[in-house]
Design a protein around this ligand. Sequence first.
Ligand code: GLU
Length: 537
Amino acid sequence: MDSKMVKTRFAPSPTGFLHVGGARTALFNWLFAKKHGGQFVLRIEDTDQVRSTAESAAGILADLQWLGLNWDCGPQPGAAKNEYFQSMRLELYNGYLEKLVKDGRAYEAYETPQQLAAMRMAAEKMKRPFRYRRNMPGRAAPGSGPTVLRFEMPFETITFHDLILGDISVGGDEHDDIIIRKSDGFPTYHFAVVVDDHDMGITHVLRAQEHLMNTPKHLGLYNALAWTPPAHAHMPLVFNMDNTKMSKRDKTKAARVAVAVWVKQGNSADKLSEITGIAAEQLKEFLDKKTDDSRIAAAIGTALGAPLPEIDVQDFRRSGYLSDALLNFIALIGWSPGENREILTREEMLELFSLETIGKTSGRFDRKKLLWMNGEYIRRRGIDELLHDLAAFNVVTQYPIKNAGEAQQRELLAMYQERTGTLAEMAENSRFFFEEPKMDPAAFRKHIESGNSRVVLQQIRDMLALVTNWSRDQLAPVIEKIIELGEKRGSAPQTLRVAVCGGSVSPPLLETLCLLGRDATLARIDAILQSPQSSVS
Ligand code: GLU
């Protein structure tokens, strides 16, 4: 590596949520910069005025912060747009656009979308790919359609050395004259990305393979502007286990299936707008597959209680994955640190990371493995760290644990640490500490309604009522006795558990009762004893 300070960048377009594939790109750029004592730049590519939103940009920043991928230069969270937003850099782009025009390398074009479509069709008929070229016949005259600026690509082979994929060549007849300024006056991605990477001193562009064929176009621009291009490396794509590309469409597809099932169950599609809060027209467009708006999918998922596959970083955060576990997991998609290493701290990642160890072929997103890894992280962590993870989880969710005090949260974390795969699972399973339990009918029949369970429950109640100082020390011998009672009488501990927790699975009874407290424990038992037989079916 030469002596120039390494500078990488992550350059998301703020048109939606941060996808895990994007997070992986950010991580590799972050690792590469840190590993070489360099800088990691975050740049928001908001040149698409229609699709870019401030909300999306803010969400991306929040997700990166949650993952601990801090940037050395970039937007300030919560502050107004700064120079790391492309929409704030138009003057810079315009200067270089003018220069290209002056140098004869860029020219205006006037086709309407219909004319372009017809040109494309004509080329297809002749079994040739369509390439827009300055010297081609049939170009539209000024005034025919919107004015754009195109860059005249050279008619020569462009070759570059990709640091992961090796040498890549694209022949002169495969280029086309890309649009560099749109009719709204904004530069296109291709132009802005080149100007910014140069202007910001980016030394290494690490991005996903879907951009591989953009690089020759960018190199054409670097050449025309007489700039030295950065090094490039294109990373493998992220695939589902069934070999399909992992995309936000997985979520929208699942939402449409959920609606179809719901309608089949006899619900009227007209009600969907009311329960999702989404305008009927927008819903129709979504269901007709005219849009793939993740927000509509999310609203449908929530309204119908249908879980959608996690795709975006915030989906995983809401599902209770720890940021370190998710980061560790996505690092291994397409990267192999060697020696079958799986659980890696950030420091270990930094030590082992190199572009040579990144694969060429797409990586798999194995959800089972992620769940396993998350459980491992939960078990290996100290309670202080978990408390921190839980706080971040509570920011984006509405489980009752959110409102618990710190001491109570600590106790719950200690109680569930060994028995939960995610924080959401813990938050769901611990609901009964905060609200009346939802009774599991099968457990109720088996442990409350059968045989002499009610008599046993009354006995248990009497034993517990004698404990006036509701502490671990005082309760422990009573629980022992209840367990002994169970040995003689069947399932006494389970009867107690179902009565206070609503189901037959919970953390150990002693911890559970301690935390639940005397009043709630006795009140729940009393409610059952006073309920008529078969009150739950
Ligand atoms: N804004 C582009 C994207 O989100 C960035 C691509 C690049 O890294 O050059 O895909």
